[in-house]
Design a protein around this ligand. Structure first.
Ligand code: AMP
Length: 370
């Protein structure tokens, strides 16, 4: 079997690494010649909307998937006329626009932060009057890792927020005073089988994920039950095939849906060593119609992102239960260059290793663990 992946970043690379043991060959479509997946896969170097390249990419493939959600919908539709593309175009359309996404959640009775569309300064004033302050102004499309966002703390910030983001369609959201950020990784196969991973607790700095803990502490399992129920509704409504991540805020014991990614996700990297089946293998099983794998956690895991610069490798590998993943990308501020997964049998041992890693990795919010 030969799988095409649109996008050749680290997610494509880790998908390829999971594909080979299943006997699946991989071809990637990626404009950058030195992208992380290119070293491991047959690569077509071209823009994502290059029709000729898309036709060459599709030739001889059995199936196509993608590793980022901003794949042009027309490109996905062009490929879908020739061969199966999973997840389907509706998931892409919903996930590409924050307003559609939150409206979609609401239509499934999934709680979200309050929100309103904003297309003019007058609409911004009206939305602020409705939702109150503080609030977050975001571009509806193409935002990631906190980019395209402006936190409006006071009425005096309105002009500056409009100045910074105005001119493209926007959404204003209530600023949620959450107790934790969590995510759920959920898979549905082409045959309709569903498998859900335990909730993950995520810690960000500067809008970028730094640390994930899995399974997230959840004393009586109530949060996992909420997450499972909402994830099932999303998967079923979309007739989804593949792995889906939903990012959530916990407020007063209730989960609010922030956004979803119709792909494998950074907060699921811990599953490579920390779960019975990795999210990458699960995605491949789901889109090829194979039975889904068990999602059981193997002890406790912490996933630490390596951002901007790489720490010395030897002391990391000397730590018990540490697993290093480098993406072979050139260092650049704010860039995800790799990750480390730490596994431990209990919370105390996990805390010890995370604190040891915090000596080596800048901006790791390790204190939030204690
Ligand atoms: P996003 O691109 O929507 O995932 O936002 C990036 C990060 O900004 C989130 O992980 C949160 O830490 C923060 N954030 C986004 N939206 C909100 C909100 N409505 N209220 C509070 N914090 C938010």
């Amino acid at each position: 079997m030969k799988l095409g992946i649109i996008g050749g970043g680290q997610l494509g690379r880790m998908l390829a690494l999971a594909a080979y043991p299943l006997g699946i060959d991989v071809r990637t479509l990626e404009p950058s010649p030195d992208a992380p997946a290119g070293r491991l896969t047959e690569q077509i170097i071209a823009a994502y909307d290059d029709r000729q390249a898309l036709a060459a990419f599709a030739a001889g493939l059995d199936l196509v998937t993608y590793e980022f959600e901003n794949v042009p919908v027309q490109s996905a539709a062009f490929l879908a006329e020739r061969l199966p593309v999973h997840p389907g175009p509706r998931a892409l359309e919903v996930a590409q626009d924050r307003l559609h996404e939150k409206t979609f959640f609401r239509s499934l009775n999934i709680p979200t932060p309050g929100f309103a569309p904003v297309a003019s300064p007058a609409e911004l004033r009206r939305a602020v009057a409705d939702l109150g302050l503080p609030a977050v102004l975001k571009t509806r499309r193409l935002g990631y890792d906190g980019k395209g966002q402006y936190v409006i703390a006071r009425a005096a910030d309105l002009d500056a927020a409009w100045e910074a983001l105005g001119g493209v369609p926007l959404i204003l959201e209530e600023h949620v005073d959450f107790s934790r950020e969590l995510s759920i990784l959920a898979a549905r196969s082409t045959g309709g089988e569903i498998a859900l991973y335990p909730l993950v607790e995520n810690h960000h700095r500067g809008g970028i994920l730094r640390l994930s803990l899995a399974p997230a502490p959840d004393r009586d399992g109530a949060l996992n039950r909420q997450a499972e129920s909402l994830a099932r509704r999303v998967l079923e409504e979309l007739g989804y095939a593949g792995l889906l991540a939903i990012e959530l805020f916990e407020r007063d014991g209730v989960l609010l849906a922030n956004e979803m990614a119709p792909r494998v996700h950074n907060s699921g990297h811990w599953t490579i060593e920390g779960a019975e089946t990795s999210q990458f293998e699960q995605h491949l099983r789901a889109i090829t119609g194979l039975p889904l794998g068990a999602t059981t956690a193997r002890g406790l895991s912490a996933m630490v992102n390596l951002i901007g610069t790489l720490p010395p490798i030897e002391p990391i590998l000397a730590l018990p239960g540490a697993h290093l993943h480098l993406y072979q990308k050139a260092p650049r501020p704010g860039r995800k260059l790799g990750h480390i997964t730490l596994r431990a049998a209990d919370t105390r041992k996990l805390q010890q290793t995370v604190l040891a890693i915090a000596q080596l990795v800048p901006e790791l919010p390790a204190r939030s663990l204690i």
